[in-house]
Design a protein around this ligand. Structure first.
Ligand code: SAH
Length: 345
C-alpha cells in the first residue's frame, strides 16, 4: 500500500517507525486528503530533511492529465490520466445544479466482458489502488479549483472485482479529515457479483448501490453480459433485497436501452415488476454506440414510450441526462482510442 492509501492508524504506525511525533499524522493526512497537494515540497510544516526522506521512500501517488476535453455544451470535463506505471484511466466531471459530480474508474480495463461496453474491449490490466481512485477526484479539484460533492464509481472497471481497495477508498473519501464527502453522495455501480453484494451489505455503508441489469430474462442477459452465466436474476433480486434491508438504502437499477434487443413493451413490463420486487429506482441509459459493436439506440419516441410504460406501472424512472456529447464522454472510449492508436499507428 502506498502512503496515500493508508488509514489513520496505518499512517500513525508508519510515522512512529520514522521516529516522528504523533501530530505529524494529522498534518500529513490533511496535506494528502484535504488539501491534496501534488508533492512533498508543498508540505511546508514538515522539516526539509523529513520531506526528502519521504520523497525517496514513499512516492506520492499523483495523477497527471495526458488528455483533457471540456464540453462547450455543458462544461463536462473528460480526463485521461496517466498512472505512475504509464497505465491510463479516464474520469469525467459533470456539473449539475446540485454540485459537481465525478465519475471515476476502479480498474485499468475490465474483465467482465459486457458486450456493449468499450471499457472491456482491451481486457483487465490491473486493479486501481485506493489512492489512484482518490487522485482522480483530487486532480480534478486541483484542475478546476472547485469542490466535488458527488462521486460515482461508474467509469472503467468493476468496483466489486476490486473490493478491498474500493472499501478503503470509500472510507478515505468520506473521512471527516479528508475530502469529507457524504456517503449518501457516493454511488457504486456493479454488473452484479452476488457474493460481493452480500459482503457490501454487511458493511452497513450509506452509499447507493446501482445494479447494471440491462435485461429481464437470464437467457437474454447472458447474451449481453457474461456475468449472467454465474448469477441468475433471481439471485440478484435476493441480494438486492438483502442490501436494502441491511443498509436502508434504495437500489438503483441501470438499464441500457438497446434497440431491438431489450426495449420491447414486454421488457418494460418485466423490468417494472423486478423493480417493484426489490423497491428499486430505474435509470434508463440510451445505449452509447461503440464502434466495435453493432448495438444501436432507439429513437427518442421509443425511449419515451419505454419510460411511460414503466411510469404507468408506478415505477420510479429517470432517463439518464446525457452530458458532454460533443467530447465523446462515455464508458472507456478515450482510453480505448488511445490504446488503438499506439498499437496501430
Ligand atoms: N462495472 C460496473 C461499472 C462500470 S459501467 C457496472 O457494470 O455497473 C457503468 C454503467 O454504464 C453500467 O451500467 C454499464 O453497463 C453502462 N454502460 C457501459 N457501456 C455502455 C454503453 N455503451 N452504453 C450505455 N451504457 C453503458
Amino acid at each position: 500500500m502506498d502512503i496515500k492509501s493508508l488509514d489513520h492508524d496505518e499512517l500513525k504506525k508508519l510515522l512512529s517507525d520514522y521516529g516522528e511525533p504523533a501530530y505529524r499524522e494529522k498534518q500529513l493526512f490533511e496535506w494528502m486528503h484535504a488539501r491534496h497537494v501534488s508533492d512533498y515540497d508543498k508540505m511546508t510544516d514538515l522539516s526539509k530533511k523529513f520531506r526528502e526522506r519521504l520523497k525517496q521512500e514513499q512516492p506520492l501517488t499523483v495523477l497527471n492529465a495526458v488528455e483533457r476535453y471540456i464540453s462547450d455544451l455543458d462544461g463536462t470535463r473528460k480526463y485521461l490520466f496517466a498512472l505512475s506505471d504509464d497505465n491510463l484511466v479516464e474520469s469525467v466531471l459533470m456539473k449539475y445544479k446540485h454540485g459537481n459530480s465525478v465519475c471515476i474508474s476502479s480498474q485499468v480495463g475490465c474483465r467482465m466482458g459486457c458486450r456493449f461496453c468499450a471499457s472491456t474491449l482491451d481486457g483487465l490490466v490491473r486493479n486501481l489502488k485506493p489512492s489512484e481512485m482518490l487522485e482522480q477526484i483530487y486532480a480534478i479539484e486541483r484542475d478546476t479549483g472547485e469542490r466535488v460533492s458527488n462521486v460515482v464509481v461508474m467509469g472503467t472497471g468493476e468496483p466489486l472485482d476490486n473490493y478491498d481497495n474500493l472499501i478503503r477508498f470509500y472510507k478515505l473519501l468520506t473521512d471527516k479529515k479528508g475530502l469529507n464527502i457524504s456517503g449518501r453522495n457516493v454511488t457504486v455501480s456493479t454488473c452484479g457479483i452476488v457474493p460481493e453484494i452480500y459482503r457490501l451489505a454487511d458493511e452497513h455503508l450509506t452509499l447507493t448501490l446501482a445494479l447494471s441489469l440491462h435485461a429481464v430474462t437470464d437467457e437474454k442477459r447472458r447474451t449481453i453480459m457474461p456475468i449472467a452465466n454465474e448469477y441468475t436474476i433471481d439471485e440478484l433480486k435476493k441480494a438486492c433485497i438483502y442490501y436494502g434491508e441491511q443498509t436502508g438504502r434504495r437500489i438503483s437499477l441501470e438499464y441500457s436501452l438497446i434497440a431491438g434487443v431489450n426495449d420491447s413493451a414486454l421488457d418494460a413490463d418485466k423490468l417494472g415488476r423486478i423493480a417493484h420486487e426489490i423497491g428499486a429506482h430505474i435509470n434508463l441509459i440510451p445505449v452509447n454506440p461503440v464502434k466495435e459493436r453493432d448495438y444501436r439506440r432507439g429513437n427518442r419516441a421509443s425511449i419515451e414510450a419505454f419510460k411511460n410504460k414503466l411510469e404507468k406501472n408506478a415505477n420510479n424512472v429517470t432517463i439518464r441526462r446525457e452530458m458532454g456529447q460533443d467530447i465523446n464522454a462515455s464508458c472507456g472510449q478515450l482510453r480505448h482510442r488511445r490504446l488503438s492508436k499506439t498499437d496501430y499507428d
